[in-house]
Design a protein around this ligand. Structure first.
Ligand code: 0XW
Ligand code: MG
Length: 367
């Protein structure tokens, strides 16, 4: 099989409900979709969608600029030889992890379609289907947060991520206690600050919540700050934004900095990279999620397919943005949360069918 054309699409994803993080609110994220057209009439689809330019280094503009470099280099390569595709991308640019990850996802979509296999089955098979997920409780007042936490548990959610940060820690502490009071047996709570606290603030929040069963996700901005805070916390520490590559993840596990991970496929190299993290976490008995920052059915399906292959006991869930945004690319098979779980799309590859012309004309096309 050969890649004959690379099309790049852009699309704003309208929000269906509010969503915020310590760094910034989320408003109509700008997704980038990659289509790998081939000489076998099959198309592979990949996607990457940062929530905006503040919560992470890469953003829509940088990703599209990276694809301007990668697109021409991919013409003529065999997308089923995914390692060689990565070699071609590495020989084209040093950076561009997000764009490379979107291409990787499209290659796995093609691999599945060419063998008539679901991506999760190419990865060793689903251990969960439907797949566990977690739901975010956005930053709000203690009462608002507690009410939403109650509602989400009524809907069957067993993992809740309470957003925090971006305000005085007393407000965060009050919200954490209010939500913890309504958490039911068998439900897991983690508090995700998205890098918003200083080391001292993280220690203070953990101290003020020392008797509560919860985990603290990415409390501080950097790996070093999280490492400094970790020794003083009364809670497990989940690394997300600082888990930037496999070597860092291995170090965080080996040194006890991280008790688990919040992983984003497009930060770590797509499905190929997340497979490596999955296996390292399984070998070290370390929980991880299988997420991305935002996006539509393509990236959601990728997260769910890999998430289905996690050891259930070590799965922190596969997060998708479905509940917070309006519409699906594939109304029939686009991943949805039902009773706190997500069914794996049944079709080959990612199992997502993109209607002809859905994204409009490409913003870039290489052949
Ligand atoms: C919940 N997420 C996976 C989606 C948002 O981008 C934030 C992210 C996180 O956990 O940081
Ligand atoms: Mg996180």
């Amino acid at each position: 099989m050969k890649i004959t054309q690379v099309d790049v699409f852009a699309k704003r994803l309208p929000m269906a409900s509010g969503y915020n993080m310590s760094s910034s609110p989320v408003g109509d994220p700008d997704t980038t979709v990659v289509a790998l057209r081939t000489d076998s009439d099959l198309t592979g689809w990949g996607e990457i969608c940062p929530t905006g330019p503040l919560p992470q280094v890469e953003h829509a503009g940088s990703i599209r600029a990276d694809l301007d470099l990668l697109g021409p280099a991919l013409i003529g390569t065999d997308p089923l030889r995914i390692g060689l595709v990565h070699d071609t991308m590495a020989a084209t640019m040093d950076g561009g992890q997000g764009a490379r990850s979107a291409v990787d996802i499209a290659c796995w979509d093609l691999l599945g379609k060419s063998h008539n296999e679901r991506v999760c089955d190419l990865l060793g098979g689903a251990r969960m289907d439907p797949v566990s997920t977690y739901h975010v409780v956005p930053i709000g007042t203690p009462d608002e947060s507690a009410q939403l936490a109650e509602q989400l548990q009524d809907e069957g959610h067993t993992k809740l991520q309470l957003k925090s940060g971006g305000r005085h820690i007393d407000e965060d502490i009050d919200a954490v206690h209010a939500v913890a009071r309504v958490i039911r047996p068998g439900v897991d709570l983690f508090v995700d600050c998205n890098r918003g606290w200083t080391v001292g603030e993280a220690i203070q929040v953990s101290g003020a919540c020392r008797d509560l069963k919860l985990a603290m996700e990415q409390p501080c901005a950097t790996y070093a700050e999280c490492a400094a805070a970790r020794t003083h916390l009364h809670h497990p520490l989940i690394l997300d934004e600082s888990a930037t590559d496999l070597a860092t993840i291995a170090r965080a596990i080996a040194t006890g900095v991280a008790d688990g991970f919040g992983m984003k496929l497009t930060r770590i190299g797509g499905i190929s990279g997340m497979r490596a993290v999955r296996d390292l976490c399984e070998a070290s008995n370390t929980p991880t999620s299988c997420d991305d920052s935002w996006g539509g059915d393509i990236i959601a399906a990728a997260c769910v397919h890999v998430g289905a292959t996690l050891r259930p006991h070590l799965s922190r869930g596969a997060w998708i943005s479905d509940p917070y945004q309006a519409g699906h690319y594939d109304e029939a098979n686009g991943p949805r949360i039902v009773d706190g779980r997500i069914a794996v799309p049944p079709g080959p590859g990612l199992g997502i069918t993109i209607p002809e012309g859905y994204f409009g004309p490409p913003i870039a096309s290489f052949s």
